[in-house]
Design a protein. Structure first.
Length: 213
């Protein structure tokens, strides 16, 4: 016979090695600097999407996207590279509302630290100041900024925001000024940022009439 008639030893059955167990690595969440002019809070009115919520002053909040959802306008979450841009943007909003909620309106709250170029011109507030107007945050204002990635360079950035604006201008008798209306409105805004002297500042800002996406 061509093959041996003697049977060899019986070997135990073998099984394929088990696949190694993989444990997802948690991506650390980037938040705002803990020593900034804001504090982390639980929630802001009108916002259900996941994110970090900060109070900048009473009735003024910012919600920072830390994960993308179906409701995300852009594929962006806060990261270390963009954090100084977002913080400068929020500092500028705080500067504005600190000035505008003063009675009378404070026209010298340090605009130059947060604004440059055409954004530095807040002369439109002069007319309201002369009428004794001031901002009442009323139902609150919520900023939800996102950095648009394809507009980002080393020295410029563009921020898109869908602001929940529940503020109004009031006259000295507490009535609502012309041009203001009660309630919360969604306001689509685009803001251009520029890195000047090592600091990010707002260089241009405008509203999108088509509204939030």
């Amino acid at each position: 016979a061509a093959t041996s008639s003697t049977a060899g030893p019986t070997l135990p059955e073998t099984t394929a090695p088990a696949a190694p167990t993989t444990v997802p690595v948690a991506v650390p969440v980037v938040g705002l600097s803990p020593d900034g002019p804001w504090r982390l809070v639980d929630s802001a009115p009108g916002v259900a999407a996941p994110g970090l919520v900060y109070e900048l002053m009473p009735k003024l909040w910012a919600v920072i996207q830390v994960e993308e959802t179906d409701e995300s306008t852009y594929p962006w979450t806060l990261n270390e590279a963009d954090r100084p841009i977002i913080e400068a943007y929020l500092q500028a909003q705080l500067t504005y509302f600190t000035a505008a909620t003063s009675d009378p309106i404070d026209l010298d709250p340090g605009w130059a630290r947060s604004f440059t170029g055409t954004a530095l011109d807040h002369s439109w507030l002069v007319a309201r100041q002369l009428e004794g107007q001031f901002v009442d945050l009323d139902l609150g204002v919520v900023y939800r900024p996102e950095v648009i990635g394809d507009e980002r360079t080393a020295v410029t950035a563009v921020i898109a925001d869908c602001v929940l604006d529940g503020s109004v201008f009031r006259l000295p008798d507490q009535s609502i000024a012309t041009g203001s209306s009660p309630g919360v409105a969604e306001v689509a805004r685009v803001t251009r940022m520029a890195l000047i002297g090592g600091e990010w500042k707002i260089s241009q800002e405008f509203k999108i009439e088509e509204g939030c996406r």
